[in-house]
Design a protein around this ligand. Structure first.
Ligand code: SIN
Ligand code: MN
Length: 205
């Protein structure tokens, strides 16, 4: 369903089976050879998520993308799985847009996970100008997602992102402010076996 020009919320897009498969992949990745970590950002504060970037690494100190994690352990960003790229491509197409994702930021939110209001604007000037969308997939506990306007002070809408939901924002919505004010513990589907929340955001640098 379109919630604003260029912004789409697809509720229950993924079957429980598809969610299970993704959760297993996310778990293996965040606890794998190149593990997720809690970034310290430019101002010196810690983020309230565990992050793992695939394809390209987003450096929380410089807000730039790079091949290796120079703000943490110098390990290379693991590759973005082809089937994940295909999933993001299909979702963008469902929203009437085109995305050839070359990176994904995978975040794990515990019970106290959150993310302040921000714009996704560290991708290439070309990608941003073209309005190439961000495709977001949510797994596990419900998030209270904030979706604002192009200016920080604009009115912010609150919507729940539940397990299996997808959210796509591109075109005129590409630079809209957004964030996560809180996670609602215990709301993941019982059959998923996940405490907390994974969020995947696919982007094209
Ligand atoms: C993000 O803005 O990068 C993450 C959004 C979310 O967790 O839903
Ligand atoms: Mn974002």
């Amino acid at each position: 369903m379109q919630i604003a020009p260029g912004a789409f919320h697809f509720r229950g897009h993924l079957s429980l089976d598809a969610q299970r498969t993704l959760v297993a992949q996310c778990r293996a990745l965040v606890d794998g050879a190149v593990p997720a970590y809690v970034p310290v950002v430019r101002g010196g504060g810690k983020m309230h998520v565990r992050m793992l970037c695939l394809g390209k690494h987003w450096n929380g100190k410089t807000y730039a993308y790079e091949p290796t994690r120079s703000d943490f352990d110098d390990l290379p960003a693991p590759p973005l799985p082809d089937e994940w790229k295909a999933l993001a491509r299909d979702l963008a197409r469902t929203a009437g847009m085109t995305l050839e994702a070359d990176l994904c930021i995978l975040n794990y939110y515990g019970a106290d996970g959150r993310m302040g209001l921000h714009q996704d604007k560290d991708e290439s000037a070309r990608s941003l100008a073209a309005g190439v969308p961000v495709v977001s997939i949510s797994l596990g506990d419900t998030a209270r997602f904030l979706f604002g306007g192009l200016r920080r002070r604009d009115v912010v809408e609150t919507l729940p992102l539940e397990s299996g939901d997808a959210f796509v924002f591109g075109g005129p919505a590409r630079l809209r402010y957004h964030g996560v004010s809180r996670i609602i513990p215990g709301t993941a589907p019982p059959g998923l076996g996940l405490t907390g929340r994974f969020n995947l955001t696919f982007r094209q640098y």
